[in-house]
Design a protein around this ligand. Structure first.
Ligand SMILES: [Zn+2]
Length: 79
């Protein structure tokens, strides 16, 4: 699981964006940390870069297909 120290630097969101599931190679819709729903491995990805492929670390074929969900979205620029 992703770690953090200062909860005051994170904002809880109920956005449905966090429920969307993507296949490897899909362009990341947001910059942030993604989690594989099958093996729980995490990967940091920049927006528009392809989400990591089938050989990503820790994912064995016994865990089914890789499916990415966004776990943490970065927010940049003026709020
Ligand atoms: Zn995986």
């Amino acid at each position: 699981m992703a770690l953090y120290k200062n909860a005051s630097e994170l904002v809880k969101s109920e956005s449905a964006d966090f429920d969307l599931v993507y296949t490897p190679g899909t362009k990341a819709p947001w910059s942030g940390i993604y989690i594989c729903t099958n093996c729980r491995d995490e990967a940091a990805c920049n927006r528009d870069d392809p989400l990591p492929p089938q050989n990503h670390r820790q994912h064995s074929t016994s865990k089914g297909d890789i499916r990415w969900k966004v776990l943490i979205k970065t927010q940049t620029g003026p709020n």
